[in-house]
Design a protein around this ligand. Structure first.
Ligand SMILES: Nc1ncnc2c1ncn2[C@@H]1O[C@H](COP(=O)(O)OP(=O)(O)OP(=O)(O)O)[C@@H](O)[C@H]1O
Ligand SMILES: [Mg+2]
Length: 334
């Protein structure tokens, strides 16, 4: 018996696959980030071939690849790298690779070589949330998938803010393109290239505002002051997108509806002022493809949660653990 336990200890079982359909091998937890050579990554991605090309993001291109042990990876290549600040980059990667959670995309390793910088993540098989909400694949997300995505992404963010051993990691760029999905619609919060480690008790004040228009908390946009409450704000906007199926900013909509948060606040105010005269705010806000296929109570819960997250005063926004409890239907926080 003792022998068996020792044997198990020295050869840990493979973690369960991330997606029940793809069955891709999940990376082992608890390992330090791996330092890859450029030629290893060239080999893994068939020389960054077109067939392995996934997307061009704001910072560079992303390719799929396979490691010799069977691990499927996504390799992110930074366009405008220089060897200046290599040390800072490496220590940043060390910190970010400590974030290991079911709902957080794992950073497996990196490559710094001849002025090149690449990050190696586990590959998540079913695209990003924005491609499902706004893509043209013709299969709108059903309500239970949206609910699952909201809860899972909230778990990922709660972990980064409140449970990570290296301290509070503020994401800084929470939005649907940085939430990746499996075919079971399990969400993983990704793209920590912009997150910074927040030492306890020290408010980060940054002169550069990093993030995406439409998701920026007012205090961050105005003064560059970044705390985890700015992520809560962005998460509130993501919740509104899940309910309404509308983009955070959509210049193709009529004036007054282009900013999702402003449109939402307006509709809620009108309903509060004239509750009996108007049709309910929910029927106006909800994604037309969800009408009659969702639970009104759950939609109300998600909208209530979103309204708390996007409050102007960062101190009155809930923490992600409170957000999660609300989304799971455990408590009503006012
Ligand atoms: N770990 C991953 N697994 C699978 N696909 C990924 C992974 N990381 C990124 N991608 C794909 O690459 C796309 C681009 O990602 P990337 O983070 O570079 O850009 P973005 O999020 O669209 O914009 P930005 O660069 O401004 O963050 C994603 O939308 C996704 O489709
Ligand atoms: Mg991204």
């Amino acid at each position: 018996m003792r022998k068996m336990m020792l044997l198990n200890k020295s050869s840990p079982a493979d973690p369960p696959p991330l997606c029940s359909i793809c069955q891709h091998k999940a990376p082992l937890f608890g390992k330090p980030p791996r330092w890859f050579t450029y030629s290893e990554l060239e080999h893994a991605t068939s020389r960054f071939s077109q067939a392995n090309f996934l997307a061009e993001g704001g910072y560079g291109s992303v390719h799929r690849g396979h490691l010799p042990d069977g691990q499927v990876i996504a390799v992110k290549q930074y366009k405008s790298a220089s060897s200046q600040g290599d040390l800072e980059f490496c220590s940043e990667v060390e910190v970010l690779s400590c974030a290991q959670h079911r709902n957080v995309v794992m950073l497996i390793g990196f490559c710094v070589e001849d002025g090149r910088r690449l990050l190696v993540y586990e590959y998540i098989c079913n695209g990003s949330l924005d491609s499902h909400l706004y893509g043209r694949n013709g299969h709108p997300l059903n309500w239970s998938a949206r609910q699952k995505i909201a809860v899972g992404a909230a778990r990922g963010l709660r972990y980064l803010h409140e449970e990570c051993r290296v301290g509070c990691i503020v994401h800084r760029d929470m939005r649907p393109s940085n939430i990746l999905l499996t075919h079971d619609f399990e969400p993983l919060v990704g793209d920590f290239g912009l997150a910074r480690w927040q030492p306890e008790g020290n408010l980060g004040v940054d002169t550069r505002v990093i993030g995406t228009f439409g998701y920026l908390a007012p205090e961050y946009a105005q003064s560059g002051q970044i705390t985890e409450k700015a992520d809560a704000y962005s998460f509130g906007i993501v919740l509104l997108e899940l309910v309404t199926g509308r983009k955070a900013i959509d210049i193709n909509r009529p004036k007054g509806q282009q900013s999702l948060s402003e449109w939402f606040i307006l509709i809620i105010r009108i309903e509060q002022a004239r509750p009996l005269l108007r049709k309910s705010a929910i029927s106006e806000l909800i994604d037309p493809c969800l009408v009659n296929c969702c639970l009104e109570q759950e939609v109300r819960g998600m909208l209530h949660c979103a309204s708390l997250c996007i409050r102007r005063d960062p101190n009155s926004r809930p923490r992600m653990s409170q957000v999660l409890r609300m989304l799971e239907g455990d408590v009503l926080v006012s």
